[in-house]
Design a protein around this ligand. Structure first.
Ligand SMILES: CC(C)(COP(=O)(O)OP(=O)(O)OC[C@H]1O[C@@H](n2cnc3c(N)ncnc32)[C@H](O)[C@@H]1OP(=O)(O)O)[C@@H](O)C(=O)NCCC(=O)NCCS
Length: 142
């Protein structure tokens, strides 16, 4: 595993909860959801004195799905999200990456498109608020 990344464990639940609150106000995952994610899937930060960015992912034998990636509001547009994303690619070099993102989430789409993701398809009325989902894929390193 790259030294640029640290896998989170259940002990990191308070940190994850705090970051979730700042990054997804009103849409934060509950403690139960986060705990369940830590139990069954994977979560990562970049090891920094003050963690600034994190990702929740799900690895299967065939692919890695990114459920969430976020940077604390004060540290956005400083390359933090992209650094974490590229560390994830290094961590899973043999896997394709998938994700879904709201069509109006321009910062996230910019992050993904400039990191090698391509649009696979769009799904209308995908989210409870009626917005469209964009499904994106990044092929594994060949
Ligand atoms: C999406 C998000 C994770 C991006 O993180 P970040 O640390 O600010 O991203 P970076 O600084 O690494 O930027 C990556 C690229 O996206 C671009 N970008 C980032 N924010 C942007 C914005 N608001 N508008 C336009 N482009 C933007 C950057 O210019 C950069 O491109 P470049 O490398 O070609 O210059 C961050 O905005 C965030 O946490 N948003 C809230 C949570 C969220 O919606 N997560 C995604 C869905 S789960």
């Amino acid at each position: 595993m790259s030294h640029e990344i640290r896998a989170l464990s259940e002990e990191d639940l308070p940190l994850l909860q705090e970051m979730e609150t700042y990054c997804f106000p009103g849409e934060e995952w509950t403690q139960k959801m986060l705990l369940s994610h830590l139990e069954y899937h994977q979560a990562f930060i970049r090891p920094q004195e003050t963690p600034k960015t994190y990702a929740l992912v799900c690895e299967t034998p065939w692919e890695v799905e990114i459920f969430r990636i976020a940077t604390l509001p004060d540290y956005r547009k400083q390359g933090e999200g992209k650094k974490l994303l590229f560390s994830l690619f290094q961590t899973y070099p043999t896997k394709d990456f998938f994700l879904e993102v709201k069509e109006n989430n321009i910062p996230a789409i910019q992050l993904y498109e400039t990191s090698g993701f391509q649009i696979l398809e769009k799904r209308k009325n995908y989210y409870p608020d009626g917005s469209t989902a964009i499904i994106m894929k990044r092929n594994k390193e060949l």
